[in-house]
Design a protein around this ligand. Structure first.
Ligand code: PGA
Length: 250
């Protein structure tokens, strides 16, 4: 069966010192939690501190973005080989905040996903509709379009190594979680899409995470949905006790 992934997206929060302090508290509480893969995604600059703090734990470290070329004159960018060399195992790609504020498109999501896979990183590819799109009844069209541009071109071997995160934009950082039923329906739609593109078995093996105001008190209901395979957690992953409660939801 699909092993859940519980990933913390720290966004632009925490210094290196605060990163180390988080792991000191969080590490021992999740030491016995082998039911899920646990990932922390700090800001680029704190990847070394997180990798150091996660040493000799089963917690893995990811980045929040990546550029699609290996090297070159691209001021401010970070490449996949650089992340891998720094100890990252995962990378979030196409987060709605990158789409909204930094010009991320389905095309750049695809290029970044391929680059990440070439460097042996595990991409967490984010999709999700905005409030006006949901209200207009176009959620499924939006998800299909994002998947078509972002991952449809992957080979079967590449597809087997990605994780998808469904994050309705209206639920991110707003305290408005999608109900388990709303989230579950979107996950089911995504799995059907993946099945049509990649086949039944690969689609059944793909982990699809839910993200958007996941908290200790709503994780259990979300995880009870058959097509929800973990969570991408923003705000509630910043506090060691609350993220540990989400990881250990059962
Ligand atoms: P949130 O963020 O949990 O704070 O809503 C989720 C995300 O943006 O990945």
């Amino acid at each position: 069966m699909r092993k859940p992934v519980m990933a913390g997206n720290w966004k632009m929060y925490k210094t290196a010192g605060e990163t180390a302090a988080f792991f000191q508290k969080f590490g021992p509480v999740v030491a016995g939690s082998s039911h899920a893969e646990i990932v922390i995604c700090p800001a680029f600059v704190n990847v070394p501190a997180a990798v150091e703090a996660a040493r000799s734990t089963s917690i893995e470290v990811g980045a929040q973005d990546v550029f699609w070329l290996k090297e070159g004159a691209y001021t401010g960018e970070v490449s996949a080989p650089m992340l891998a060399a720094a100890g990252c195992k995962w990378v979030i790609i196409g987060h709605s905040e990158r789409r909204q504020y930094f010009g991320e498109t389905d095309e750049t999501v695809f290029k970044k996903t391929v680059a990440a896979l070439e460097a042996e990183l595990r991409p967490i590819v984010c999709v999700g509709e905005r409030l006006e799109e949901r209200e207009a009844g176009s959620t499924e069209t939006v998800l299909a379009t994002q998947c078509a541009g972002g991952i449809r071109g992957l080979s079967a071997e590449q597809f087997a190594r990605i994780v998808i995160a469904y994050e309705p934009v209206w639920a991110i950082g707003t305290g408005k979680t999608a109900t388990p039923e709303i989230a579950g329906a979107a996950h089911r739609f995504l799995r059907e899409y993946l099945q049509a593109r990649f086949g039944a078995e690969p689609a059944a093996a793909c982990r699809i995470l839910y993200g958007g105001s996941v908290k200790p008190d709503n994780i259990k209901g979300l995880m009870a949905q058959p097509d929800i395979d973990g969570a991408l957690v923003g705000g509630a992953s910043l506090d060691p006790a609350s993220f540990a409660a989400i990881v250990n939801f059962g």
